[in-house]
Design a protein around this ligand. Structure first.
Ligand SMILES: Nc1ncnc2c1ncn2[C@@H]1O[C@H](COP(=O)(O)OS(=O)(=O)O)[C@@H](OP(=O)(O)O)[C@H]1O
Ligand SMILES: Nc1ncnc2c1ncn2[C@@H]1O[C@H](COP(=O)(O)OP(=O)(O)O)[C@@H](O)[C@H]1O
Length: 245
C-alpha cells in the first residue's frame, strides 16, 4: 500500500502532495550507502509463506577454508544430499561466481572484502527466498565473515570451517594437506612466485573462532565427502531447517 502511494507521488508534481502526504513519504525514504532517496517496497508474499511452500527453512551454510580444503566438494555433497531429501538448495561457489557476478574482482584485500560482502547479500536473498544457500568461498578474513553473519539477522547463518589436521596449529597443517592436493596446480604457481597474494602462501587466512561446524582430519585421514556432508545435514536437521513449515 505504501509503495503504490510512492509510485503515484513520483508520477505527479511534488506540488500536488499535501503536507501530511509529504511527511509520510519522507518517513519512508532512506539513504543506504550511496543510494539516496530510496524506498523499501514491501511484497505481498513473504518468507514464511515461501518456506511453507517449500517445506523447509531458508538459511545460509557458509563454508570457509583454504584453497583445496574441500569446500566445493562438501558444498556439492550437501547439495546432493538435500536434493535427495526433497529440499531445495543452491550453491554459491567462489570460483563460479568469479565467472560472472564477481568477475570484476581480483584477489587484493579490498576485492576479497567486496566479494564476501556481495555473496553475503546474495546469500541473504536466497535465504529470504526460502532456499538452503550453500556459500563456498575461501573468505579469508574474519571481519568479513562476521559482517555476513550479522547481515543475516536471525540464526539462519551456519559457518562451516574446513581444515586439515586438528592436532596442529590450524593454519599450517591444513595448508600442507591442501598444498599436497594442489588439484589446480595453484600452490605450485604461488610457490614459484607466479601467483602473488595466494591465500596461505603470501596472503592471510584467519580461521573462525565461532564456527558451528568444524570438519577436520582424524588420525591424519579426512572424512569422506559423504561423511562431511552428513555432519552438515545432521546439523541442519537438528536445528530444524529441514522440518516442514
Ligand atoms: N590469489 C589467490 N588466492 C586464493 N585463491 C585464488 C587466488 N587466485 C586464484 N584463486 C582461485 O580463486 C578461488 C577462490 O575464490 P574465492 O572467491 O573463494 O576467494 S575469496 O573468498 O575472495 O578469498 C580459489 O578456488 P578454491 O580452490 O576453490 O578455493 C582458486 O581457484
Ligand atoms: N574429504 C576429502 N577427502 C579427500 N580428498 C578430498 C576431500 N574433499 C575434497 N578432496 C579433494 O581435494 C581437492 C580439492 O577439493 P575442492 O573441493 O576443489 O576444494 P576447494 O573448493 O576448497 O578448493 C580435490 O581434488 C578433491 O577431490
Amino acid at each position: 500500500m505504501g509503495t503504490g502511494y510512492v509510485i503515484a507521488w513520483q508520477a505527479m508534481p511534488p506540488a500536488a502532495c499535501t503536507v501530511a502526504e509529504e511527511g509520510r513519504i519522507n518517513s519512508l525514504m532512506s539513504t543506504v550507502g550511496k543510494s539516496t532517496n530510496i524506498f523499501w517496497h514491501e511484497c505481498p508474499v513473504g518468507k514464511l509463506e515461501r518456506q511453507k511452500l517449500l517445506n523447509q527453512k531458508g538459511c545460509v551454510v557458509w563454508i570457509t577454508g583454504l584453497s583445496g580444503a574441500g569446500k566445493s566438494t562438501l558444498a556439492c555433497s550437501v547439495g546432493r544430499e538435500l536434493h535427495t531429501r526433497g529440499k531445495l538448495s543452491y550453491i554459491l561457489d567462489g570460483d563460479n561466481l568469479r565467472h560472472g557476478l564477481n568477475k570484476d574482482l581480483g584477489f587484493k584485500a579490498e576485492d576479497r572484502v567486496e566479494n564476501i560482502r556481495r555473496v553475503g547479500e546474495v546469500g541473504k536473498l536466497f535465504a529470504d527466498a526460502g532456499l538452503i544457500c550453500i556459500a563456498s568461498l575461501i573468505s579469508p578474513y574474519r571481519r568479513d565473515r562476521d559482517a555476513c553473519r550479522s547481515m543475516l539477522t536471525d540464526s539462519n547463518f551456519i559457518e562451516a570451517r574446513l581444515f586439515g589436521d586438528a592436532s596442529y596449529v590450524f593454519m599450517n597443517i591444513p595448508l600442507e594437506v591442501c598444498e599436497k592436493r594442489d588439484a589446480k596446480g595453484l600452490y605450485k604457481l604461488a610457490r614459484a612466485g607466479k601467483i602473488k597474494g595466494f591465500t596461505g602462501i603470501d596472503d592471510p587466512y584467519e580461521p573462525p573462532m565461532n564456527c558451528e561446524i568444524e570438519i577436520q582430519q582424524k588420525d591424519g585421514v579426512c572424512p569422506t565427502p559423504s561423511a562431511m556432508a552428513g555432519q552438515v545435514v545432521s546439523y541442519l536437521e537438528e536445528k530444524g531447517f529441514l522440518e516442514d513449515q
